[in-house]
Design a protein around this ligand. Sequence first.
Ligand code: FE
Length: 204
Amino acid sequence: MVIVHMSLEPKNDQEIQDPKSRVRALQSLLVEKGLLSHEAIDAAISAYEHDIGPQNGAKIVARAWVDADFKERLLTDPVSAIGEFNFEMGSQHVQVVENTDKVHNVVVCTLCSCYPWSVLGLPPTWYKSPEYRARTVLEPRSVLQEFGLDLDGDIEVKVHDSSADIRYMVLPQRPPGTESLTESELAAIVTRDSMIGVSQIVVT
Ligand code: FE
């Protein structure tokens, strides 16, 4: 492990407030010290722009909707099921939880912002907010209502607290009226928020 000791004293209060400035300063210093290259930074940004994102999770969901055996594998052995796709998983262990007529799942990281980036890309800003992290555990139905999701009282809401060890992804319900769609057409209607559990997929 490389431990970097360097002075990162901000020049003024504004720089403390502004995360972008802090990131830029840190990036410059790491490049200057030879610990990080511009090429590596560009490659990481490109990966998140093109290869890693909620489109990967959407492909998994669509496959589960059309292939019952895959869905079974996905719920019982997600590492090997997701391994059937060529996604860069790193060391992440993703667990998939299924929404049904009786159960609605929603994902949060109460401690920080653990997120299944390998299948969903970068987390939205609200996912990292103290309000979402605190309130989703305490009053999930209210939080979901604010996202526009008004669940019937007889639907059980399960909150999953992601951690560095297990990161959760929701398998949303396949909406009615999609019987004739192909797997790739189905993948196109799967939203990031439905895989976090703050929305359902509605076909208009
Ligand atoms: Fe976290």
